[in-house]
Design a protein around this ligand. Sequence first.
Ligand code: PLP
Length: 379
Amino acid sequence: MIYLDNAATTPVRPEALQAAWPWLTSEFGNPSSTHELGHRASGALSNARATVATWLDCRPSEVVFTSGGTEGDNIAILGLALANPRGRHIVSAHTEHEAVLASIDALVRLHNFEVSWLPVSSSGEVTLADVNAALRPGTTLVTLMLANNEIGTIHPIAAIAELAHAVGALMHTDVVQAAGWLDVRVTTLGVDALTLSGHKLGAPKGSGAVYLRGRLAVEPLLHGGGQEFDRRSGTENVAWAVALATAISLLDDPAQEGPRVAQLRDIFITSVQSAIDRAQLTGPQLTRHPAIASFTFAGLNGETLLLELEERNVIVSSGSACAAGKTDPSHVLLAVGIDPEVAQTSVRFSFSHETTAEELTRAVAALTEAVASVTALAG
Ligand code: PLP
């Protein structure tokens, strides 16, 4: 099997599972307990937190473990906006993940917030001039992802954060897809909040963390015993925190790994474009996520194309697999102006750190055959 759906989820690294195992079995203590078993659990949690903090270049007390990217986005957006409402104004873009869009929607529906949606180019980019024009003296929060999960567009987060801060707004970024591929240190990005998900980087589904800067006020979404610095109550999932930290510690340096895989991606894109006339790359040609390449194949049936690829052992997805079983055209493709019928034909290829040039050559051959077969069916 050639698994090219790593943006949907990655396999769990055996080392992460091994590191988690004791905390699910013999070391079952509650980190809040005052006996030895509890102390060992809280020690493991602290070590995991320190690993994540070192990687993000922040303080351990700024890392809150979560159940994944969706929760992190909700905590950052709702938690920060409700605790620091200012003029109840959010700036974002329609190309964000549903977890961000739905969190903003909750602020609008339930808490009287207003949103300025940034214009996006046909490759999903926003301009600094448009960000600046959208900002107001009372803007509460700007939330934009570092790298798009469907079309791979990269936003200049550090520059956007500077603009946001100039009017006193907070800046959140979702780096769920960027982690492991781009520099996600909070000192580089200059953000106040950042969301991570474990299952995109070799940790189990249901693991994750959110960075919340310093002593920023955050309205918790989960109320209870005050765990995680009063920012996320509930007995901590020690095993998944340990697994997340272990998977993170195994990541290669993105400064080397990003360009290495980007080279494979570029060969893949060129090969697909030269083999298949109707293949249209979505997202930008140049500055893009190193491991994501997605295309539309106008005139073909996207679902049949995925099945044909699967028959040839190439596993991919159409748009985003995170939108549970949806067959609607992707909101990201619609936001960048792609016709709904064409958007239905999109196929996303997303690589892992282990993806090889040889696998990609085989994937291009399988795609060429699959397109020929679906074209014959259509004709
Ligand atoms: N944000 C982005 C950019 C994603 O791609 C995803 C999942 O695909 C999420 C958030 C949600 O993360 P999780 O599945 O851990 O809730």
